[in-house]
Design a protein around this ligand. Structure first.
Ligand code: NAD
Length: 486
C-alpha cells in the first residue's frame, strides 16, 4: 500500500504530525492508500506557502493561467481510465459513473480555461461628465477548498478550476474517504504546470484540519461542499470572509397523471439508485399522482429488484457499495425508522450479501410527508413513494422540506411544467428528466437549507472566486462631486 505525505509547495513533504489514516475500498474493505492526519502546524504551514505563492500566481495574465488548465484537461483526458478506476476503487461508484466523474472535471477545466480570456467586468456610464466607470475582477487570495467523497474528482475541479483561473492560491482538504483520488488530481495539476505552492493539499480529520482553515485570517475564502451540520458550523465560525456552502438535499420527482411512466421510471431508477443514492441531487422522494400511483409503484418495485448490486469495477453491477460503515448503518437505521413510522417496505431494506458496504435498492411506499424518511437526507439507495391528488398538492409536498437543491417533474402538459418551474423551491428544476445531471457551464446550487446562495460552475463559479473592484476615472480636470454637483 502506498504511503503519502502532504502535498505542499509543489512536492510531497513529511508532515509534522505522526498520525495517519488509511482509505478503504468500500466494495472489499481492503486498504487503498495511507495518508497523514495533518495537525494544526501542518495546516498553518500549507496556508503560509499558499499565501507566499499568491503574488506571483495572481500576477500571471489570466489567459496564461487558463492555458495551464487546458493542459490539465488534456492530462485528465489522457489519464481518464486510470483515474476512473481509482475513483471506483476508493469511492465505490460503478466504472461508468466514475468515468463521468472524471469527465466532469475535464469539462470544468476546459470551460474555466476559456474564462481566462474573459473574466469580464463591465462598463457603465457615470452620472458626471468626463468621467469613466467600470469594474474589474480580482482574485481573493488564499482559498480553502473543502470537499466530500461522493464526486472525488469532479467537485475539487468545480472549485479549483475557477479559483485558479481567477488568480487565487489554494489549500485543498479532500475527504478522508477519497484521498488517493485527490492526490492524483494535484499531481496531474503539477504535471500540467501549476507552479509549486499554488495548490497545496492537506489530509486528515475534518474536525482538526477544517477549523484551522476556516478560522485562519490568511484564508480569505472557504468553499465547502458537504453535509448540513458541518456547513452550519462553518457559517458560524468563519468570521468575516467569503464562504460558499453547498449542502444536502431531499430532492423530489413529481410524476403527473399525464406523464410517460416508462420515461419517469428510468429517471427514478437513475436518480434514486445511481451512485447508490449518494448524490446531493439524488431523488429520494417520488411524488406520484393518485391516478397512476398503483401502476407506477408496481413498475418501480419490479425494476428496483432487477438492479444488480456489486463491485463498481465489475461490468455486471448496476449499483455499487455505500462509502463506509457509517453510511451503511445510516441506511439500516432509516429503514427501521421508516417501518416504525408506518411506511410500507416494498423491496430492499437489507445489506447486500457481499463483504463490502452494500445495501439493497430500497423502496418505501405509503409514505407521508411528515415522516422522517421523507424529510431527512439519508444518502443511500432508499426512495419514498408519496401519493398526491393533484399538482398543487405535489408542489406543496415537494417544497415541504428544509432543503432545496434539485427537483423534477414528469408531465406532458406545458402548463404543469411551467407551474412547477415557477413554484418549486429549488436551485435546479428538471422537466422530463431526473434530478441529477448538472452541466459545468450552468450554475449549480440550492435554496433554503441547501446552501447560502452561492452558486458553483459556469460564470457563477467565477463570481464565487473573484472580488469585484469598481474603478472611476475623472478626466474633467476639476473636482466633481457625485450627488452634489448638477
Ligand atoms: P462532511 O460534511 O462530513 O465532509 C465534507 C468535508 O468537510 C470533508 O472533507 C470533511 O473532512 C470536512 N469537515 C468535517 N468537519 C469539518 C469542520 N468542522 N470544518 C471544516 N471541514 C470539515 O460531508 P460528506 O459526508 O463528506 O459528504 C456528504 C454530504 O455532502 C451530503 O450531505 C451531500 O448532500 C453533500 N453534498 C452536497 C453537494 C452540493 O453541491 N450541494 C454535493 C455533494 C455532496
Amino acid at each position: 500500500m502506498k504511503k503519502f505525505g502532504l502535498f505542499i509547495g509543489g512536492k510531497w513533504v513529511v508532515p509534522d504530525s505522526k498520525a495517519r489514516f488509511i482509505s478503504l475500498n468500500p466494495a472489499t474493505k481492503k486498504p487503498v492508500a495511507s495518508f497523514p492526519s495533518a495537525n494544526e502546524k501542518d495546516v498553518l504551514y500549507a496556508i503560509s506557502i499558499a499565501k507566499a505563492a499568491f503574488p506571483k500566481w495572481s500576477a500571471i495574465p489570466a489567459p496564461k493561467r487558463g492555458e495551464v488548465l487546458l493542459r490539465f484537461a488534456s492530462l485528465l483526458r489522457k489519464n481518464k481510465e486510470r483515474l476512473a478506476r481509482v475513483v471506483t476503487q476508493e469511492m465505490g461508484k460503478v466504472l461508468l459513473e466514475a468515468r463521468g466523474d472524471v469527465q466532469e472535471a475535464i469539462d470544468a477545466a476546459e470551460y474555466m480555461a476559456g474564462e481566462g480570456r474573459r473574466l469580464f467586468g463591465y462598463t457603465a456610464p457615470s452620472e458626471l461628465p468626463n468621467k469613466a466607470a467600470f469594474t474589474v475582477r480580482e482574485p481573493i487570495g488564499v482559498c480553502a477548498l473543502i470537499t466530500p467523497w461522493n464526486f472525488p474528482v469532479a467537485i475539487p475541479a468545480w472549485k479549483m478550476m475557477p479559483a485558479l483561473v481567477c488568480g487565487n492560491t489554494v489549500v485543498f482538504k479532500p475527504s478522508s474517504d477519497t484521498p488517493l483520488c485527490a492526490a492524483m488530481f494535484v499531481e496531474l495539476l503539477h504535471e500540467a504546470g501549476i507552479p509549486g505552492g499554488v495548490v497545496n493539499m492537506v489530509t486528515g480529520s475534518g474536525g482538526i484540519v477544517g477549523p484551522v482553515l476556516v478560522q485562519n485570517p490568511d484564508v480569505r475564502t472557504v468553499s465547502f461542499t458537504g453535509n448540513r451540520e458541518t456547513g452550519e458550523w462553518i457559517a458560524k465560525n468563519a468570521g468575516v470572509k467569503k464562504i460558499g456552502l453547498e449542502l444536502g438535499g431531499k430532492n423530489p420527482i413529481i410524476i403527473m397523471d399525464d406523464a410517460d411512466l416508462h420515461l419517469a421510471l428510468e429517471g427514478v431508477l437513475w436518480g434514486a439508485f445511481g451512485t447508490t443514492g449518494q448524490r446531493c441531487t439524488a431523488a429520494s422522494r417520488v411524488i406520484v399522482h393518485e391516478k397512476v400511483f398503483a401502476e407506477f409503484e408496481k413498475m418501480l418495485v419490479v425494476a428496483a429488484k432487477k438492479l444488480r448490486l456489486g463491485s463498481g469495477a465489475s461490468s455486471s453491477a448496476d449499483v455499487g457499495p455505500l462509502i463506509n460503515q457509517k453510511a451503511l448503518e445510516k441506511s439500516q437505521y432509516f429503514v427501521s425508522v421508516g417501518i416504525k413510522e408506518g411506511a410500507r417496505l416494498l423491496c430492499g431494506g437489507k445489506r447486500g450479501p457481499h463483504s463490502g458496504f452494500f445495501f439493497e435498492p430500497t423502496v418505501f411506499s405509503g409514505v407521508a410527508q411528515k415522516m422522517r424518511v421523507a424529510r431527512e437526507e439519508i444518502f443511500g439507495p432508499i426512495v419514498c413513494l408519496i401519493k398526491v391528488k393533484n399538482l398543487a398538492e405535489a408542489i406543496k409536498t415537494a417544497n415541504d422540506v428544509d432543503y432545496g437543491l434539485s427537483a423534477s417533474i414528469y408531465t406532458k402538459g406545458i402548463s404543469n411544467a411551467f407551474k412547477a418551474i415557477e413554484q418549486l423551491e429549488s436551485g435546479i428544476v428538471y422537466v422530463n428528466a431526473s434530478t441529477i445531471g448538472a452541466e459545468v457551464h450552468l450554475p449549480f446550487g440550492g435554496v433554503k437549507g441547501t446552501g447560502n446562495g452561492v452558486r458553483e460552475a459556469g460564470i457563477e463559479g467565477i463570481n464565487e472566486f473573484s472580488e469585484t473592484k469598481t474603478v472611476y476615472i475623472d478626466y474633467s480636470g476639476k473636482l466633481q462631486r457625485a450627488q452634489i454637483d448638477d
